[in-house]
Design a protein around this ligand. Structure first.
Ligand code: GDP
Length: 363
């Protein structure tokens, strides 16, 4: 599966958001939620399209696709130097696919701020500096090691040495890896290092309830900062999300409408997570089950079949596909077929977001 680490300074609202995420998921989707590690939560992705399909297909069971959120607490100034439990946390961040960086944009008078005042840009820089120092240490060590070992003439080692060296300068000057031109190609070839500052980031601006509709000054500054960095932003009110997570789906919708909102901040976080990671959803739908599956954008039909079972990938014949748009109009798979809207797609077909697919395969 895919996962997203939640980072941020202490007292910015990480646990509030994490708890709401896992609770909302567990309750509204009736998902057999289990916690192996208290800091990890498997969150079912609620998808209006899936609800729409369910309404018409009326399956016996429903399976949501999921995203895993990891609460990475304990990042403070000096974490990269082992301050607090710093290094342990940095190791945890290395293992995630994307980062949700929670930033305190609420004043919350009585809630202590570890740095003494509310200043989101300074906070972002404190965390980013720790993350960057951690990457820098790894780069420096690897460069030193490779400087020696690449003398053997091994082409692969020389290549790695050169690639790491191109990162070394900018990183030493304080550039996050994702701010370096052409970093994606470089990092692709250095995947074993899992650089933290190369990971896609969403800034989660935690604001007060009455600041959800209109940005406060803090939120405006974070948006500007994120744009410069090429990161995305989501505005959320941790307190409200906590309240919503206690409600039934219908009540939650009403509550959101009263606030003038279309969807919860948590839904927005999951959606942005999908965008950040270039993920899309396809569905399988029958009387027995309507199920959502997550794949990377650009996945072929045959590879997508492998998500379900390796036998289906191996024996792939064709993918009988109804586009979501067609289903939304016709509201029936049988009728879609009659109307010629069920396409017979081959191995190389690139699955589209929302496709409803029935795979034919040889056993
Ligand atoms: P963490 O240390 O980053 O995990 O932060 P917590 O989730 O424990 O939150 C720190 C404090 O801020 C708690 O007292 C929360 O109740 C409070 N808090 C979280 N979100 C909000 C919010 O949106 N508005 C206000 N006023 N307080 C919040």
């Amino acid at each position: 599966g895919f996962n997203c680490g939640i980072v941020g300074l202490p007292n910015v609202g990480k646990s509030t958001i994490f708890n709401a995420l896992t609770k909302a998921g567990a309750e509204s989707a009736n998902y057999p939620f289990c916690t192996i590690d208290p800091n990890k939560g498997i969150v079912p992705v609620l998808d209006d399209r899936q609800d729409f399909i369910i309404q018409y297909v009326k399956p016996k069971s429903v399976v949501r696709t999921t995203i895993e959120f990891v609460d990475i607490a304990g990042l403070v100034k000096g974490a990269s130097k082992g301050e607090g439990l710093g290094n342990q946390f940095l190791t945890n961040i290395r293992q995630v696919d994307a980062v949700a960086h929670v930033v305190r944009c609420f004043d919350g008078g009585d809630i202590t701020h570890v740095e003494g005042s509310v200043d989101p840009i300074r906070d972002i820089e404190i965390i980013n500096t720790e993350l960057l120092l951690s990457d820098m240490e790894i780069i420096d060590r690897a460069v030193e090691r490779l400087r020696k070992s690449s003398k053997s003439g091994d082409k692969e080692l020389i290549k790695k040495f050169e690639l790491l060296s191109t990162l070394q300068g900018p990183v030493a000057e304080g550039k996050l890896i994702r701010e370096i031109d052409g970093y994606e190609e470089i990092v692709d070839q250095l995947s074993e290092y899992s650089f933290i500052t190369a990971k896609p980031v969403m800034y989660v601006m935690n604001v007060e309830e009455d600041e959800l509709l209109e940005d406060n000054e803090h939120a405006r500054m974070v948006r500007e900062h994120a744009a410069k960095e090429g990161a995305v932003c989501v505005k959320i009110c941790g307190k409200i999300e906590q309240e919503i997570s206690e409600l039934e789906a219908d009540e939650a919708k009403e509550f959101l409408a009263d606030l003038g909102l279309e969807k919860s901040g948590l839904t927005e976080m999951t959606e942005q997570g999908y965008k950040l990671l270039d993920l899309i959803t396809f569905f399988t739908a029958g009387e027995k089950e309507v199920r959502a599956w997550t794949i990377t954008q650009g996945t072929t039909a045959q590879k997508a079949a492998g998500k379900i079972h390796s036998d289906i990938e191996r024996g792939f014949i064709r993918a009988e596909t109804v586009g979501y748009g067609d289903f939304a109009e016709i509201k029936s798979l049988t009728k879609a077929k009659e109307l010629g809207k069920m396409r017979l797609e081959g191995k190389e077909y690139i699955v589209q977001d929302g496709d409803i697919i029935y795979f034919r395969f040889n056993v």
